[in-house]
Design a protein around this ligand. Sequence first.
Ligand SMILES: NC(=O)c1ccc[n+]([C@@H]2O[C@H](COP(=O)([O-])OP(=O)(O)OC[C@H]3O[C@@H](n4cnc5c(N)ncnc54)[C@H](O)[C@@H]3O)[C@@H](O)[C@H]2O)c1
Length: 379
Amino acid sequence: MAKKPLNIGLVGYGFMGRTHTNGYKRVADFFPELNYTPVLKAVCGRSEEKTKAFAEQWGYESYETDWEKLIARDDIDAIDVCTPNDTHSPISIAAAKAGKMILCEKPISRTTAEGEEMVDAVEKAGVPNTVWYNYRRLPAVSLAKQIIDSGKLGTIYHYRANFLQDWTINADLPQGGEGLWRLDAAAAGSGVTGDLLAHCIDTALWLNGGISDVSAMTETFVKERMHQLTGKMEKVSIDDACAFMCHFANGSLGLFESTRYARGHKALYTLEINGADASLRWDLHDLNRLEMYDHSDDGPQRGWKSIHVTDGDHPYMSHWWVPGLSIGYEHSFVHQVADFLKSLEEGKPCEPTFKSALETAKVCDAVLESGKTRQWINV
Ligand SMILES: NC(=O)c1ccc[n+]([C@@H]2O[C@H](COP(=O)([O-])OP(=O)(O)OC[C@H]3O[C@@H](n4cnc5c(N)ncnc54)[C@H](O)[C@@H]3O)[C@@H](O)[C@H]2O)c1
């Protein structure tokens, strides 16, 4: 049967522009059962020279230098938002008004208020939408979800997650502009909370349910940095580090930490969940493994086991190589594209939708407010 083309208009050709494009290019080969196939119709960036070069290298049919023009094109079905956080809302709202499907990078927005307008826009327009919380789509994390949903862990008592980096320790690193927008609160919204903890919170909400209240501490270690766009020393308004505790609606306690000042750590995302009957833990640096302790194992044989999540009956793995062979970080984006295409076929939402991703934004806002006020904040 001939496949239905899904014409993609990508905005932003940086880190995520590359991971998503790789997803669009790989998906038809590895998920041949899908009826839709992405077509790399156009990429949009501000520099004509760089955007054209990206289009040529990655195989886009055309390019634009203004996202409004991209959205206005009749030959684009879906807008993929891979730009800094301050642009997610205007691009998504304009795309929804033009009746385009939207795949938006995380965090959905800089604030909950901004995110609410985006949810309104996609719901009014009735367009399919999703937010790229891609860690859900790593097979080991998906397996954790299956095990938790089976009830195997029993009553959940604890959930903890870390996301650690070290790339902003140098006080001479500027803020703002190309490559450094993450240090500029106007572009990013927040620091590690919206950038890194948002991932941990999305996975936690998915695995362990809603968060009811939070108590956080945030810190900005380097108070002023040269701003690349103004050339002046300016106050740094993002959180360099954040730790928070919380109550989940299921009665369990949560502990989260993120920083860009943990010397030696480049991108270490770890999570652990402890139930009365079993525990699970996962580590991005060993992403094909899920560790499990099962208290129902025979006494003398009890201990942490390491499940190599590469077998044909593990989530997503029947689409790849043969049992025992690993896949990587980039595959989570192929899986998200595959799930999005499948959701179109089935007429179902592709989680997390804008609406579900707003729940993460609400927790982030509560965390930031708690960091400022040093009070417990209800979500
Ligand atoms: N899902 C994940 O794991 C993950 C990882 C990294 C980043 N992200 C998110 O993806 C988004 C992009 O991050 P990145 O790391 O790819 O950033 P990046 O700096 O590598 O790329 C951003 C791109 O957007 C372009 N851009 C900026 N303003 C634009 C405009 N007005 N019009 C067109 N293009 C514009 C830049 O030129 C650049 O090509 C952010 O929202 C970030 O939070 C998600």
